[in-house]
Ligand binder design. Structure first.
Ligand SMILES: [Zn+2]
Length: 497
């Protein structure tokens, strides 16, 4: 008999220290597809929804697709946004005839305005609507702050295994594949067991192109392969810019009636995470030192640009993306063929539009959200080189084929530096964000980005070198600047260990 499966996506990574609330428009502005538009938009892209659809098509499942949406990380998700998207999924579940299963693509670090865990709430309310028989399978981002209680309501919980996240579609396939197994042999039910070490994050956010996460992932796979009743082992690095009780890394183990083995595996991996807490990390430079390296680079011959990645002002971590300290340091040193962006400043975009393409304007650029995090506005004279609507289709590898929008955008030139200014805070993790605004990063000699790790997926292959920078933005690894009140104590690194 044809299985009826509800497919939904509602993803947000909430930085509770960010003053900019994440409203309905933030989701609709980035991407938001509803009902019959979900599968045409995302069904053949590098996205979890495509992974779900791959299995669903093969199995002939009858899919109900109320919504698939994502917003750039930022402050807490508003009630209106919850109502628009979370309630939409719940309403679809209520109104559907009998559902056999739900496939949900969540981030795992969504915090609502009242401080509650949006992901756990959605899964809990779905379970209450569906009763105990329907299977709920959830995919999470590797940076989920997973509350172990979610496993009371969701049968299957699996996460990305890569950072940069280049396995979104594969993760969707894994979850839907496990669901297929459950639907094929009721009443045998998979369960998920979750354990957490007393930490806020893993070194370097759990980047999977080097140790310790590389080794931890390999160890998790070895343990999973040893036991046929262990269906999946996921490691979440957690998201540290959230003052929430569920903060921190976790291990989730999907098993078939093997709770004891799952618990041993989870405990082993939690201990291994804890033991890696002091692992060495790649050097991070001040803006002044990074600008000096850029000057040396400009003086030499290189095959490809030097990439300066400001990890502290990454909007992908909920930072404001308008820190100016690195731009100021680059302007002070001078040079040409330098690209900087994407800088979030809707006022500057409006001013550029008013001036018109090809014209000069004087403006106060960036630094408007909170000058305490990376510097205040810079007074500059700029040439408006290009105006665009900010829409682009990701060239990948991350999100390949997914259509996104950075909002109305302006490419400004200030002395020898081209600055991409956008109306929505958007991480420059894809080359197309620049190319769609008439500038090719590969043709530049220095590219200064606001990104922690995702940029590597697209930029590592064009870069002749990469330098990490901390300009003091909201997502600086210096966590002692933030005031945590709700995290369980003791916890690493806030308490000595
Ligand atoms: Zn992530």
């Amino acid at each position: 008999m044809t299985k009826r499966v509800l497919l939904g996506q509602f993803m947000h990574e909430t930085n509770t220290f960010c003053q900019r609330l994440t409203d309905e428009a933030a989701f609709r502005g980035f991407y938001c597809h509803q009902d019959d538009t979900v599968l045409p938009a995302l069904g053949n892209t590098e996205n979890e929804v495509a992974g779900f659809a791959d299995i669903a098509r093969a199995e002939g499942w009858d899919l109900i697709t109320p919504v698939a949406t994502f917003a750039t990380p930022g402050g807490p998700v508003t009630q209106r946004a919850w109502h628009a998207f979370g309630e939409r999924i719940l309403t679809a579940a209520r109104e559907s005839r009998t559902l056999d299963a739900v496939l949900l693509s969540l981030h795992g670090a969504m915090v609502l305005e009242d401080g509650s865990d949006g992901d756990a709430r959605l899964v809990q309310e779905l379970r209450a609507i569906l009763g105990k028989d329907a299977v709920i399978a959830v995919t999470l981002d590797l940076h989920a702050n997973l509350d172990p209680k979610m496993a009371n309501d969701a049968d299957i919980i699996v996460s990305y295994k890569t950072f940069p996240h280049v396995d979104m579609r594969e993760t969707g396939r894994r979850a839907a594949g496990l669901l297929r197994g459950m639907l094929a042999r009721p009443p045998v039910r998979a369960r998920t067991l979750v354990r957490k070490p007393a930490m806020m994050t893993l070194p370097e956010g759990g980047r999977t192109d080097r140790d310790p996460m590389l080794g931890l992932m390999a160890r998790a796979q070895t343990l999973a392969d040893m036991h046929p009743a262990i269906l999946d082992v996921s490691l979440n690095a957690g998201f540290c810019f959230a003052d929430v009780p569920e903060i921190g890394p976790s291990v989730s183990v999907v098993h078939l009636g093997a709770a004891e083995i799952a618990e041993q595996i989870a405990d082993t991996l939690c201990k291994a995470m804890w033991e890696e807490r002091h692992a060495s990390q790649e050097a991070v430079l001040t803006p002044q030192k990074a600008a000096k390296v850029a000057t040396s680079h400009l003086a030499g011959e290189h095959d490809g640009p030097l990439v300066l990645a400001d990890i502290s002002d990454n909007p992908g971590d909920g930072a404001y993306a308008d820190a100016t300290a690195l731009l100021a340091a680059l302007l002070e040193r001078g040079g040409s063929d330098i690209l900087f962006g994407a800088l979030h400043d809707p006022e500057a975009v409006l001013a550029a539009q008013a001036a018109g393409q090809g014209n000069m304007l004087a403006l106060a650029l960036g630094g408007k959200s909170d000058p305490a995090f990376g510097g205040g506005p810079l007074q500059v004279n700029a040439l408006v080189e290009h105006l665009g609507d900010g829409r682009f289709i990701c060239g990948g590898p991350m999100w390949k084929g997914v259509s996104q929008s950075a909002g109305p955008s302006a490419l400004l030139r200030i002395d020898g530096i081209k600055v991409l200014v956008t109306s929505h805070a958007t991480q420059a993790l894809d080359l197309e964000i620049f190319r769609s605004n008439a500038v090719d990063p590969a043709a530049m000699r220095v590219v200064a980005l606001k990104s922690t790790q995702h940029f590597r997926a697209a930029y590592a292959s064009i870069a002749s070198g990469i330098v990490l920078v901390d300009s003091g933005g909201l997502a600086s690894p210096r966590l002692d600047r933030l005031e945590y009140r709700r995290v369980p104590r003791p916890v690493y690194p806030l308490d000595p260990s």
